[in-house]
Each structure stands twice: as C-alpha cells, then as structure tokens.
Design a protein around this ligand. Structure first.
Ligand code: R5P
Length: 310
C-alpha cells in the first residue's frame, strides 16, 4: 500500500498516514516557472496498491490538474491499482442541466479522472449521490455520520434537538441524521433568486424552544446557513448550531458566521483549514482521517466498507 499526498491538504494526508502507520511516499509536486504542474514520484510504485490523496478544493483548478497528472505518473510507473482519494470532490454543484447551455461539470471531472487512469475513487459526502454514476469505475462515497453523531449526542445530551435541512435539496441527508439521533426534522424552504445569493422563505416543522442543528454538505459563502439561522431564531429556536461536512468557507464566510445568530459551526477537515478558520471560536473542525484511513485499509484488504456504517 502506497500513500501519496497532493498539495491540497497535507495535514489530512499526514493524519491518514499516521492512522494507517504507513509513511507517505516521497513525491515532488511543484510548479514550473510558468505555473504548470510538475510531478515526480520519487519511489518505486510498480505493482503497488496506490492511493493519491487530494481534495479538489481552492484553488480547485490547480488541485484538480495536480490530481490528474499524479494519476498519470502512477499509471506510467506501473502501479497495480490507483485509488483517487478525494475527501472533498469539487466541481460537484453543477451536477445536472439546470438551464439551456449549462454544463454538467461533475460529469466532465469524473471523465477526466477516469481518463487519467484512476481505477477507483474514494470520496466523502458527494453533493449529490448520483455523481457516483458519472464514473464507470467503483466509487465509495463515505458519510460523515460516524464523525458527527457521537459529538452531537455528547454535546446536546438532555436537550430537545431538531435537525434542520437548510434547503429542500438536503432533506435526505438531514432525515438520515435525524433518524440516527432519534430527533425531529425541519426544513427551510429557500428560494435562491440569483446564483450566489440565498433567501430564506419558510420554516417547515416545529422548532420553537428546540436546539436546532442545521446539517449540510457544503458551506461556501455561509449565506445559506446564516439566513437559515435567522429564520430559525425568528421561529422561536432556542439555539442554532450547524454541522457541515465540507468547510469551503470562501471570502468573508467566517466573519459572516461569527456575526450570525449561529452559536457554532462544526466542519470536518476534508478541506485544509485557513488561518481564519483555525483562529475562529465559532468554527470547530473534526477529523475524518480515521474514517478515510479505515476505508483505505478496507479497500487494500478487499473488505467491506459499508460495514463501517452499521
Ligand atoms: C446547496 O445545494 C449546498 O448544499 C449548500 O447549501 C450551498 O452550497 C452552500 O452555499 P453557501 O454557503 O454559499 O450559501
């Protein structure tokens, strides 16, 4: 088993390496002077089961290109099997044609990863489950439940909690979480008037006097969650927290969250924390390294991954 880390999230790759007790393979991933990606794997990978760890997070284009070129390097180095470990799969939000002349970027990226030579993909909480079907190679899509649920049970012991989906698209995810926690469910009926701007309309469900926990896959600008938190407080929620898998947190998202009625947002480390994330008292990061590491071990040993979630 060989682990190779891209540049997108070195701390996560190191944590996975230490969980598995397998050192990271020496590799040089740098730039030519014109910023083209240069990759060289410094150790023999012939016949090895190789895992390249790379989130396609900001700067997404650079990290995606690095992923593709590294897969090509491993393929040409005669790796036996190449698993693209993509803790955060970017370019997932255009996953269907929503209008005339719009792309399906997620499908294009799936084609690129497959064409580069990946044999399988290991990822986490895809924006939409059907993205698995955009690949003609096996895709394991881990869920964050095993990381979030124990923390929620511990932190809100004795409270009446309500799991809230911040939009209709996230209902399946929120319902699964509510079921695991034996909690009630509410939904925010959100209307987005134009791209990048979100607007809260109605809260569907009873939230009065309850601790409301917003659950989502991505927090980017923070607009969706902050607007939802305002709506929940206006509807009588006792407190509002958020549990979100991928902390994209671009621009002034952290400041926006700090200024919102949300008490805290809990994210995972699928995306490396920026300085503003690490220094904020309103943002807590939980590690998915043991979960991803265990899934990698099971892929290597040809054992069940679904058993991890039972
Ligand atoms: C939308 O479908 C996603 O699940 C997230 O709710 C959205 O991407 C969050 O974006 P933002 O934080 O910019 O409102």
């Amino acid at each position: 088993m060989k682990l190779i880390a891209g540049n997108s999230n070195r701390p996560l790759a190191e944590a996975i390496s230490s969980y598995l007790n397998v050192p990271l393979t020496q590799a040089s991933l740098k730039r030519f002077s014109d910023m083209e990606v240069f990759v060289e794997i410094m150790e023999n990978v012939r016949g090895e089961d190789c895992f390249f760890i790379q989130s396609t997070s900001f700067p997404a284009n650079d990290h995606l290109m690095e992923l593709l070129i590294a897969i090509d390097a491993l393929k040409r180095g005669s790796a036996r099997r190449i698993t693209a470990v993509i803790p955060y799969f970017g370019y997932a939000r255009q996953d269907r044609k929503t209008g005339s002349r719009t792309p399906i970027s997620a499908k294009l990226v799936a084609n690129l990863i497959t064409a580069a030579g990946a044999d399988r993909v290991l990822t986490m909480e895809l924006h939409a489950g059907q993205i698995q079907g955009f690949f003609d190679i096996p895709v394991d899509n881990l869920v964050a439940g095993p990381v979030f649920v124990p923390q929620i049970l511990d932190e809100f012991d004795g409270e009446e909690i309500c799991i809230v989906s911040p939009d209709v698209g996230g209902v399946v995810r929120a319902r699964a979480m509510a079921k695991r926690l034996n909690a009630s469910l509410a939904i925010i009926d959100k209307r987005r008037e134009k791209a990048g701007v979100s607007e809260v309309m109605h809260v569907i469900g009873e939230v009065k006097g309850k601790v409301c926990i917003l659950v989502d896959d991505i927090v980017d600008s923070g607009g969706t969650l902050c607007n939802a938190a305002v709506a929940l407080k206006e509807n009588g929620a006792k407190d509002v927290y958020s549990y979100v898998v991928h902390g994209v947190l671009s621009g002034g998202a952290v400041s926006k969250i700090e200024a919102s009625p949300m008490k805290k947002i809990v994210i995972t480390n699928t995306i490396a924390a920026t300085e503003s994330v690490s220094s904020s008292d309103s943002v807590e990061q939980l590690s998915v390294a043991p979960l991803i590491g265990e899934a990698m071990r099971r892929i290597n040993e040809e054992r069940s991954i679904s058993a991890l979630f039972k």
